[in-house]
Ligand binder design. Structure first.
Ligand code: S3P
Length: 741
């Protein structure tokens, strides 16, 4: 991107004082970038108005006169008039002037320039501001028109870099976001995103207006019609020019669209509601995502560009009854198995966090119709084990390791290729732990350097079942292989070195798929099918853990956490806290959909340091960051060993927690496979969560006993697993909020 405009420039000439040309002139005139802003327009009334409205300093009738001594000449005439203006300019001595334009199609401008000048002048920088409106004329000129709008410049290989930098800096001066693009690519993109919608709006209005009962139609045309056809109020001459100028690209996208429209017509004709729902649900999600991008709220944006800071005030105690959001592991699996099942699966209590939403999106991209989530309800229209379709592009899985590892298992057996990508954190996580055993089963998988994402999985392979002894206790690896096993010839058996969460095994059975579990080995064989079912997702014990620790360490607290999943492969956090002296009772124990749940009642207690039994490590693997906070508040020393897996989670949780705790004054020492923490008083301070949701929430909890406020950086990813954390925290008594600036 260019910096500020270099020096005071002498003369800007804007040829064509319509909305765009007028706004460009007016904006730069107000900024005082040029000594003089001069307008050229065929229409005398426009010239008069342009001066009267302060759009330009003065106007010239003669183009030759105006362009003498110009530093920059902006061509803002209608596209089809461009050739004539260029022909005229080619006869004049333009000195060192930089030429640029604002045409909505670029290929034709470049062709016209080549035809008139003999070759493309190196100081001609083609450009296109995407900031039109249905308004037109110099009266509508607006110095702010381009603020936060995109401007695409399409330089050629021999465009003078100085000329490019100058044009770039002028647009930046007007507040625009400048991007550079290849000419042909620009024309394709604009044909799809701008030209096609205008064509549809014009034709819809015309088509309805032609009908004899048009008065009736228009009388009842309400919001939808008005919104959809707003752009049919645009300048017909300008649009006629654009379609003639960008003919090839428009025809290509029109043919694609016609195909899609025919398919939709066919679906309506044959009563194919499934097809309609598929198109509509995908479109709705895409549109929501697009709105977020427009509002600059897309989560990719937030994660990479913004440092969302939480400020946690010291002190406080907890009270009340809360239900934390749905279990992340179970939510992922409900979408995966629901998609592969025959029939319609209803899910309740689904976690509407970004990780689980990434899984939904991946299956939508593979042709599964998924309604919702709405208030935790999701409807998955299963396609059967062999019904997935090739996705249109790479599957982007955000921050979610579970999505990537589990999906790689079931994608290894599909007939089509897929590529799995993720955000910066996921792109650093080890994938060989799944790629290697899958290859042993016959899968063809390429990884990035050192077994990191992206993963490219080749379709059309025949997998064979195997007996696999996992080198680490990982439910993701186990689940990945069991999912591959649904497709592999014969039996697939996975043996784990220590018990890990068994949601996959339980849910497979819930879908009617036989799973044999003997001791530490789980087995599936191919050849069965999944039948749709109803799933109630319990509240996530990993999210409840923050409140278990918070209420334990904050004096005078008593809180009830409702409907928490207490699957015995997940309750390590309760066992460890109890060993430390916590007061936690399980009430109202029951079973929903194959998973045990209970209401957890927690009262504050004096905690003491312990040696954490190693066999509890895999059963509390996600809860260690907040358990470290419990240890910092316990009397005496807590020692954790055998937890090297923590180093390859969303962040290196041993190091990142140790750094943060030390910043607060806690005495602690990281070890290769754990940490030693000496409990005691600590202060406030500044800590970094490194984009790891659980670290951000853990330090929020730490504030309850801190001597001063804790500022926690990089908290945007809390939305991956616990989007309502701040609300529930303040409702129960943890004083944490987004820092206002
Ligand atoms: C998960 C398994 C665990 C856990 C993760 C979710 C799952 O990962 O840390 O948050 O849903 O299977 P590992 O399998 O890497 O231990």
């Amino acid at each position: 991107m260019a910096d500020a405009v270099p020096v005071k420039l002498r003369r800007l000439v804007v040829v064509g004082l319509g909305l765009i040309g007028g706004s460009f002139a007016k904006g730069l005139r107000e900024k005082g970038v040029f000594e003089e802003v001069l307008g050229v327009d065929r229409d005398p009334e426009t010239r008069r108005l342009a001066v009267e409205l302060g759009v330009v300093d003065r106007c010239e009738e003669s183009l030759e006169q105006a362009c003498r001594e110009a530093d920059v000449i902006q061509l803002a005439v209608p596209i089809l008039a461009m050739e004539k203006v260029l022909a005229e300019l080619s006869r004049y001595d333009l000195g060192n002037a930089v030429l640029t334009d604002v045409g909505s199609a670029k290929g034709n401008v470049v062709r016209a320039a080549r035809a008139t000048f003999g070759s493309m002048p190196p100081r001609f920088v083609p450009g296109h501001p995407i900031a039109g409106s249905e308004q037109s004329g110099v009266e509508a000129a607006n110095a702010e028109l381009f603020r936060r709008h995109k401007v695409i410049l399409t330089p050629l290989a021999d465009t003078d870099p100085q000329a490019l930098a100058l044009v770039d800096s002028l647009w930046c001066e007007l507040g625009a976001d400048v991007e550079h693009m290849d000419v042909d690519h620009h024309d394709e993109v604009l044909a799809a995103t701008s030209h096609l919608p205008h064509l549809l709006a014009f034709t819809l209005v015309d088509s309805l207006a032609k009908r004899s009962e048009n008065l009736e139609i228009f009388r009842y045309a309400a919001g939808g019609f008005r919104d959809f056809t707003r752009i049919a109020g645009s300048d017909p001459v300008m649009w006629h020019d654009i379609f003639l100028a960008n003919r090839e690209a428009v025809l290509r996208i029109l043919d694609v669209f016609r195909g899609d429209l025919d398919a939709l017509r066919e679906a309506v004709d044959s009563g194919d509601g499934h097809q309609l729902l598929g198109v509509f649900t995908r479109a709705r999600v895409a549109r929501e995502h697009f709105s977020k991008i427009l509002a600059r709220r897309a989560y990719v944006d937030a994660m990479h560009n913004n440092d969302l800071i939480y400020l946690a005030q010291p002190g406080g105690s907890l009270s009340g009854r809360v239900r934390v959001p749905g279990d992340k592991s179970i939510s992922h699996r409900s979408i995966m198995l629901g998609s592969l099942a025959e029939g319609t699966t209803e899910v309740e209590g689904f976690l509407e966090g970004e990780d689980a939403l990434a899984t939904i999106q991946a299956f939508r991209d593979m042709g599964v119709v998924i309604e919702g989530p709405q208030h935790g309800r999701v409807t998955v229209h299963g396609v059967g084990l062999h019904g997935l379709k090739p996705p249109p592009g790479p599957l982007y899985l955000g921050n979610s390791g579970t999505s990537m590892r589990l999906l790689s298992g079931l994608l290894a057996a599909q007939s089509f290729d897929t590529t799995l990508t993720g955000d910066a954190s996921l792109s650093k996580r080890p994938m060989n732990r799944v790629a290697k055993p899958l290859r042993e089963m016959g899968a063809v998988i390429e990884t990035g350097p050192e077994g990191r994402p992206p993963l490219t999985i080749r379709g059309g392979q025949r997998l064979t079942g195997m007996n696999y002894e996992m080198p680490m206790a990982s439910a993701q690896v186990k689940s990945c292989l069991l999912l591959a096993g649904l497709y592999a010839a014969g039996e697939t058996a996975v043996t784990e070195p220590a018990p890990t969460r068994d949601h996959t095994e339980r849910m497979l059975r819930g879908f009617g798929y036989p799973v044999d579990v003997q001791g530490s080995t789980a087995r599936v064989e191919s050849g069965h099918k999944l039948s749709a079912t109803h799933i109630e997702v319990p509240a996530d014990i990993s999210s409840a853990a923050f409140f278990l620790v918070a209420a334990s360490i904050a004096e005078g607290s008593e809180i009830v956490l409702e409907h928490v999943g207490i699957n015995p492969t997940r309750t390590g956090v309760i066992d460890i806290l109890k060993l430390m002296g916590a007061d936690i009772t399980l009430e109202n124990q029951r079973e929903v959909g194959g998973e045990p749940v209970a209401d957890l009642c927690v009262r504050s207690a004096k905690l003491k340091g312990i040696d954490i039994p190693e066999d509890l490590v895999p059963l509390a693997i996600d809860e260690f960051p907040v358990l470290f906070v419990a240890a910092a508040n316990a009397e005496g020393r807590t020692v954790l060993r055998g937890a090297e897996e923590l180093r390859v989670k969303e962040s290196d949780r041993i190091q990142v927690m140790a750094d943060g705790l030390k910043a607060l004054g806690v005495k602690c020492e990281p070890t290769p496979d754990g940490i030693i923490i000496d409990g005691g008083a600590y202060g406030g301070g500044e800590v970094w969560s490194h984009g790891d949701h659980r670290i951000a929430m853990s330090f929020s909890v730490a504030s309850l006993r801190a001597g001063g406020p804790i500022r926690i950086h990089d908290c945007a990813n809390v939305a991956t697993s616990f989007p309502t954390f701040l609300g529930l925290a303040s409702q129960t008594g943890i004083r944490v909020a987004v820092e206002s600036n």
